[in-house]
Design a protein around this ligand. Sequence first.
Ligand SMILES: [Zn+2]
Length: 255
Amino acid sequence: MNSVRLLSAGVGDAFTARHYTSCLALGVDRDWLLIDCPHPVRKVLREASARAGLTRPLDLDQIGAAAVTHLHADHACGLEDFGYYSFFALGRRATLLLHPDASARLWNGLLAAGMEFDQSNTAAPPVQKQLGDYFDLIDLDLSRPVSFGPFSIECRRTIHAVPTFAFRITAGGRILGFSADTAYDPGLIDWLSSADLIVHEVTNLVHTGVHTPYEKLAALPESLRSRMRLTHYPDDFDVESSVIEPLREGRLYEV
Ligand SMILES: [Zn+2]
């Protein structure tokens, strides 16, 4: 069995002033899968891998693909970085894995405003670009796992304001579960429960909205809580007294 590692690179919620936002990197051997992609993603990865003691800073040239849960900015605003850096600095397209409902507005609703025109030659008019010029988009599927390199990715719809998908990712004989953003959903937690390590979002805000209150997760059985780590937490979340271990930014975990 290979060592399967999870680098926690961004643990804050959308309003954080202390952390980077949702960003994980799952590694098996020399392959890395990025899970969510906030801006400035190269700095996010560099700082996390330095703090975690990786011998070589993790950078986009080592990232095979990014699996993205949904298009809220705290999860997806680094995709322009990923696409442009891959195209101009690495000379290749960036690979993205999303469910089609999550990617439906990826170009026209999010990326085109900043990526639609290229003027590498300033003596010529700008050239109009499409998503496929910068990205290879692979559709995730609710009914079957989708493979990319050593990673096999299953997805499940969550309860959130925009189309959002939780992941179960199998690699190196281990399974990582990631809730993505979601209101409390016992069915989702049951789906995630087969994973060796479960990363679940949490909030302590009074108006929890489409996020999961800490009290709901704290009431889960110990057998489940012991395999669960928390992320996407507000700046005033009490990490020291949480009965479920919160992920720390810049730390490496065994899956
Ligand atoms: Zn969200």
